[in-house]
Ligand binder design. Sequence first.
Ligand code: TXA
Ligand code: MG
Length: 331
Amino acid sequence: MKVVRVSREEPERERLGEAGAALRRGELVAFPTETVYGLGANALDADAIAKIYAAKGRPANNPLIVHVVDEAQARGLAARWPEAAEQLAAAFWPGPLTLVVERAEVVPETVSAGMGTVGLRVPAHPVARMLLEVAGVPVAAPSANLYTQTSPTRAEHVVKSLGARVGWVVDGGATDVGVESTVVSLVGEVPVLLRPGMVSLEALREVVGEVQLCEEMPEDEAPRMSPGLARKHYAPGVPLKVMAGEALEDALAERRAAGGEARVGCVVYSALRCEGAVAVVMPRDPQGYAAGLYEALHRLDRLGLEAIWVEAPPEQEGWEAVQDRLGRAIS
Ligand code: TXA
Ligand code: MG
C-alpha cells in the first residue's frame, strides 16, 4: 500500500497524479472528505466497484455514494434532476449532503445495489476535490473501513482497518465534520431523510419545506429505500454502552468499590468525573462532538479495554447525527 501525504488546505496537485491515474485504471484509492475517509473507485467501472465490496466485506445490497466535482457532473449521472435537487445542491454543495435520485444508464447497477437510484455528493474537502479533478471520473466511495467497523477520520484509521486491501491512501490529515453525510432521497413526491448528518433536518426543511423521516415511512418501504442502514454499524471492537451521566457515575463507583482494574473507557461531555477510567472529554457543541466522536472511539478501541461507556449526549436539535451513530455503535 502506498500512502501519499498532501496538504489539506493546498493539496499538491502533482502528488495526486498517480492516485488519480490509479482511480482511472480501476484501482482502489482511499482519500479524505470533510466527513470521513472514503474508499474510492471509478464509479463508471463495474470491476472497480466490485473491488470496493470485496475490500470492505460489504453486502452487495448496500449502495455506494458517488462523489462528483459539481452539480453538472451530478446531473450527468441522474436520469431526472428534480427541483428539490437543484435547491438542495445550491444550498449545501459542496458539502456533507448526499442526494439520492434516479440513476442514469451510465452508472453501473452495482453502484446502487440494483436499486435504480444513485446517491450523489459534491464533497467540500480540498483534497477530495482535487483528486476528483485529477482523476477525471466520478468516484464511488463508502467509508474506508471494514463493514460494521467505526468509520475512519484519519489516514491511520484506514491503514489499520483495510491494510493491504487498498492500494493507495491519500493522507490529508484529520477530517473536520467527523460523521458521514446526511442522506436524502428525492425519488418520491416528498424528500425523505435516510441518514441524519450535520446538515440538519431543520436546515433541509428551510430549503425544501416538507421532509419526511425514514422512520415515518411504511414499514415495508423503509428498508427498501435504504438497505444500507443496518442497525449495527460504526461499532468499535469493544462493547459500547450509552448511559445518562448519573448512571455512568454510579456504574464507575460500583467498579471502584469492587476493586476491579480500571479497564473501562469513558466518553463524556459534561463535568462528570471519571475516576478510575480512561476518560475522553468531548466538546459540548454538536459540531465539535461529531468531529471528535470516531477519533475518540478509535483511540479507546486501541487500549484493550473491557468496555466503552458513553455519557448520553443531549436530546436536542443539532445532535441527531451524533445520537444516530451512537445508537448504531452500541453492542
Ligand atoms: O460522508 C459520507 O457519506 C461518506 C464519505 C466517504 O462520502 N460515505 C459514506 O458511505 O458514508 P457509506 O457507504 O458508508 O454509506 C452510504 C450509505 C448507504 O449505506 C446507504 O444507506 C446510503 O448511503 N445510500 C447510498 N446510495 C443510496 C441509494 N441509491 N439509495 C438509498 N440509499 C443510499
Ligand atoms: Mg460506512
